[in-house]
Ligand binder design. Structure first.
Ligand code: ATP
Length: 286
C-alpha cells in the first residue's frame, strides 16, 4: 500500500538549473515543476543532458546554480542534511543499476527494507519478487542475474520503501515484454497514489502513452515542457510525438521541413505508420 497524500505543492521544483562539468555546460537553465501524481517523460538526443539533470535532482551531483526543491527538501542551500533526508524520500534507478556483488536478490531487498525501516518489508519484498517474476531468483547472487533481472531488482528495491519521488533512467532497458507491461502498470499505480515520477527514455510511444507531462531536452536546454495534450498547440504540424520530437530537437531544419511538407501533402490521406516513418529522417530513435 502506497500512502502519499496528493498535494498541490510541486514535489519537484527545478528553477534555472545549470550544471557545468569543468567548462562544459551540460545543463543550461532548465526550469519545470511537477506535482504529486505527475509522470514526466524526459526525452532528447544522446548527450542532451537528461542523466545529468536526473542526477542533480537526486542530489547525487551538486548543481552549479539554480534552485531545486525535491520532495520537500531544499537542495540549493548546500546543506548535506537535506540531501540525506532526500534519500529517504526519493529513489533514483540509473540505466545500469549498481548492485552489491556479494548479496543475493532477497538480501538486496532485506537490506533496503532494514535501512529504510520499511514496515512488513519481507511481505512487500516477496510481493515485488512475484510481481516482477523474480521469485525463482530470490537466492541467486546479483552477479548471476541477466541484464533485465538486474533492472527488475533495482526497481523492486526502489519500490520497496515507497518513495515520494521516483526517477527512472531508461527503465525499459533489457526488460522483456511482460516486464515492460508490469513496469508501466506499476508506474501508473504509483502515480495514482501520489508518487511523482520522471522517466527518461528514447521510447517515444511509451512516453506518450504513460506520461502526463513531457520534457524535451537538447543541448542542455529544455526545448519543451508541458502537459502531453498541450504538445499539439506548440507543434501544430506534428501528427505524433515522434514528429514533435524531431521538430523540437532537430538542428537540421531540412529534416523537419521534409516531414512537414510530406505531412501537408498527405493531409487528406490517413496517416499510416508506413507513411509516417517514410517521411522521417532515417536516424534511429530507439
Ligand atoms: N562526468 C562527466 N564529466 C564530463 N562531461 C560529462 C560527464 N557526464 C556527462 N557529461 C557530458 O554531459 C553531456 C550530457 O550527458 P548526459 O549523460 O546527461 O546526457 P543524456 O541526455 O543522458 O544522454 P544519453 O541519452 O546518451 O544517455 C554529454 O555531452 C556528456 O558527454
Amino acid at each position: 500500500m502506497i500512502d502519499h497524500p496528493h498535494s498541490i505543492e510541486p514535489q519537484i521544483h527545478c528553477n534555472e538549473l545549470k550544471k557545468l562539468y569543468d567548462d562544459y555546460l551540460a545543463v543550461d537553465g532548465v526550469s519545470f515543476d511537477l506535482a504529486s501524481g505527475n509522470i514526466g517523460g524526459l526525452v532528447g538526443p544522446n548527450g542532451a543532458g537528461k542523466t545529468t539533470t536526473m542526477r542533480c535532482l537526486a542530489g547525487l551531483i551538486p548543481a552549479t546554480s539554480g534552485q531545486l526543491q525535491i520532495a520537500g527538501c531544499e537542495l540549493s542551500d548546500g546543506n548535506p542534511a537535506n540531501v540525506i533526508e532526500l534519500k529517504r524520500r526519493l529513489a533514483y534507478v540509473p540505466d545500469d543499476p549498481p548492485l552489491f556483488d556479494d548479496l543475493t536478490v532477497a538480501q538486496h531487498l532485506e537490506f533496503i527494507g532494514r535501512i529504510y525501516d520499511v514496515p512488513d518489508h519481507r511481505r512487500k519484498a516477496n510481493e515485488l519478487l512475484d510481481y516482477f517474476q523474480l521469485a525463482s531468483k530470490a537466492n541467486a547472487g546479483a552477479t548471476t542475474l541477466s541484464r533485465g533481472m538486474r533492472q527488475k531488482l533495482a526497481i523492486s528495491c526502489a519500490y520497496l520503501f515507497d518513495p515520494a519521488v521516483l526517477l527512472l533512467d531508461e527503465p525499459m532497458t533489457g526488460l522483456d515484454p511482460p516486464g515492460i507491461r508490469r513496469l508501466l502498470e506499476s508506474i501508473q499505480v504509483r502515480a495514482n497514489a501520489g508518487t511523482t515520477i520522471i522517466i527518461s527514455s528514447h521510447l517515444l510511444a511509451m512516453i506518450e502513452d504513460i506520461c502526463t507531462h513531457l520534457l524535451v531536452m537538447d543541448d542542455g536546454k529544455l526545448q519543451y515542457f508541458g502537459q502531453v495534450e498541450e504538445l499539439w498547440n506548440r507543434f501544430p504540424n506534428a501528427k505524433s510525438l515522434e514528429q514533435a520530437y524531431f521538430e523540437a530537437t532537430s538542428k537540421d531544419a531540412t529534416a523537419w521541413e521534409i516531414t512537414a511538407q510530406e505531412t501537408t501533402v498527405q493531409a487528406s490521406a490517413p496517416l499510416t505508420a508506413a507513411s509516417t516513418s517514410d517521411s522521417l529522417p532515417a536516424t534511429p530513435i530507439c
